[in-house]
Design a protein around this ligand. Structure first.
Ligand SMILES: Cc1cc2nc3c(=O)[nH]c(=O)nc-3n(C[C@H](O)[C@H](O)[C@H](O)COP(=O)(O)OP(=O)(O)OC[C@H]3O[C@@H](n4cnc5c(N)ncnc54)[C@H](O)[C@@H]3O)c2cc1C
Length: 448
């Protein structure tokens, strides 16, 4: 396995269960990747109808396998002897979810890998695939402790966590400006898996230009300390405008969609505005069971974000206009939103009105400048349902798998989970690798 986060460790553990001896290569000093920084919510769409509603253009093979694999993934966590919370069924209003103990899970899985004779090496660098003349991937070369090592393997699983940290790839695929936005992830996921897979003959997936991330207050540095604390989960219930004072998305599609739309706006900056009802019922509420409860507006303001508060809308618009936002247009946008929310159908809005709008009725009103961030891209290597990397003619590159955020195409614009992809497809990759006779000479290692 190349990468010791959600996907790499799930694949390593499953391969170990199936009797393989596994070598896991990790670039960072510690295992865990973005999963170790995460909120530990294991979640996805509860059924195919919801999946299709949320991801109408997601990969038709990968999405259903994800939904079908959820319960097995939860059971895998329980089988590791790790705490799993009660399930809830309204994550982001429609997802099924539970909270899992990620450090406990990774510790248990690492232990099982090592106990079975496998190894997990950290601070590994310069990983490169070894490929035979017939195109089969037969292992990997890497540097560890100053030594260049070549390891033979029946199969290699790429699980390096995506290309969000590489400005060249984000700019190439996600577009202009994507190289400048904050990276809300572990710092090592810079497209190594994507590049290795491409060099071995793998093709790119669809949905290379979309990604998962969240809006964060601006202008603040995007650092791990604020990844969870300042994520504006409640933005789906606010009004989001650009520097021209105009809305540009249906906010109720979710903070993840607003985040992507914001990237396309001037200076990649927006202003989120909400009233006191939203503040009390959404902003101050638990974003999900066990989620941090804090006043993100107050905290962001204290840290130096552009924040405004006023008992009148005029006062709020006045303050926000000093941030370079068109005052007249903003006043018009808020008035139009309010009239449309009250049922006036003759108003031409810049962006669709949310099904359940959040007009600004109750003072005080608040505004926060926001910036987009990227956590993982939705595009990556093209894979099949067994996580085998496919070439441009959809033929598997023998001996090569990709899982987690290194595998793309399953998600189109909205988000149906992160950790779950690693757990479901890590298991599937190991199952497939050990099913293939060529990949399983007696006693062979699965991994690099
Ligand atoms: C703050 C935050 C909160 C989140 N909350 C949630 C949540 O609650 N629920 C959810 O579903 N998702 C959440 N996510 C997203 C989730 O963490 C990721 O989608 C998931 O971890 C991706 O799994 P992965 O295995 O692809 O990558 P990772 O878990 O990131 O693991 C990739 C690993 O590969 C290593 N690596 C990179 N390059 C190399 C190389 N060349 N050689 C060797 N190793 C390499 C990295 O160092 C890393 O350890 C969150 C993410 C963040 C940052």
């Amino acid at each position: 396995m190349v990468g010791a986060g959600a996907g790499g460790l799930a694949a390593a553990h499953r391969a170990t269960e199936l009797g393989a001896r596994v070598l896991v290569l990790e670039k960072a000093r510690r295992i865990g990747g973005s999963a170790a920084l995460s909120a530990g919510i294991l979640w996805t769409a509860p059924d195919l109808d919801v999946l299709r509603r949320i991801q109408p253009d997601g990969d038709p093979v990968l999405g259903p396998l994800l939904v079908a694999g959820y319960e097995r993934a939860v059971q895998d966590v329980r089988d590791a002897g790790v705490a799993v919370s009660e399930e809830w069924d309204d994550h982001l209003e429609w997802g099924r979810a539970c909270k899992i103990d990620i450090p406990g899970l990774f510790a248990a899985w690492s232990k099982s890998v090592v106990a079975a004779g496998g190894s997990i090496l950290t601070e590994v660098r310069d990983v490169d695939l070894v490929q035979g003349d017939d195109g089969r991937v037969t292992g990997a070369r890497f540097v560890h402790d100053g030594e260049r090592i070549t390891a033979q393997a029946g199969s290699v699983v790429l699980a390096t966590g995506g290309f969000q940290g590489d400005p060249e790839l984000t700019q190439t695929f996600i577009g202009h400006g994507a190289d400048t936005i904050g990276v809300r992830s572990n710092p090592c996921s810079v497209g190594d898996g994507f590049r290795m897979g491409r060099a071995a003959g793998g093709a790119a997936s669809r949905h290379l230009s979309t990604f998962y991330g969240h809006t964060l207050p601006s202008p603040l540095p995007v650092i791990p300390e604020v990844f969870l604390r300042l994520t504006l989960y409640f933005s789906a219930y606010g009004i989001l405008v650009n520097r021209s004072g105009r809305r540009f998305t249906d906010e109720s599609l979710g903070d993840e969609v607003s985040d992507q739309r914001l990237l396309l706006e001037r200076d990649h900056r927006g202003v989120l505005i909400w009233d006191d009802s939203v503040q009390r019922e959404r902003a101050l509420a638990e974003p999900y069971p066990s989620g941090m409860v804090l006043d993100r507006f107050a905290e962001a303001r204290a840290l130096g974000a552009r924040a405004a508060e006023s008992d009148t809308l005029e006062g709020l618009v006045e303050q926000v206009s000093t941030w370079g936002v068109d005052r007249a247009a903003l006043a018009r946008t808020l008035a139009d939103y309010s009239r449309a929310a009250d049922g006036d159908e003759d108003i031409a809005l810049d962006a669709p009105l949310p099904e359940r709008p959040s007009p600004l009725h109750r003072a005080p009103f608040r505004a926060l400048e926001v910036q987009p961030c990227i956590t993982i891209p939705f595009g990556g290597l093209r894979v099949d349902g067994d996580a085998r990397v496919l070439d441009r003619d959809d033929r598997p590159v023998p001996g090569l798998h990709a899982v987690g955020a290194d595998a793309g195409g399953a998600q189109d614009l909205r988000y149906v989970g992160g950790i779950v992809f690693g757990l479901v497809f890590g298991r599937r990759a190991a199952d497939a690798a050990l099913r293939s006779p060529a990949a399983r000479p007696a006693g062979a290692a699965v991994g690099a």
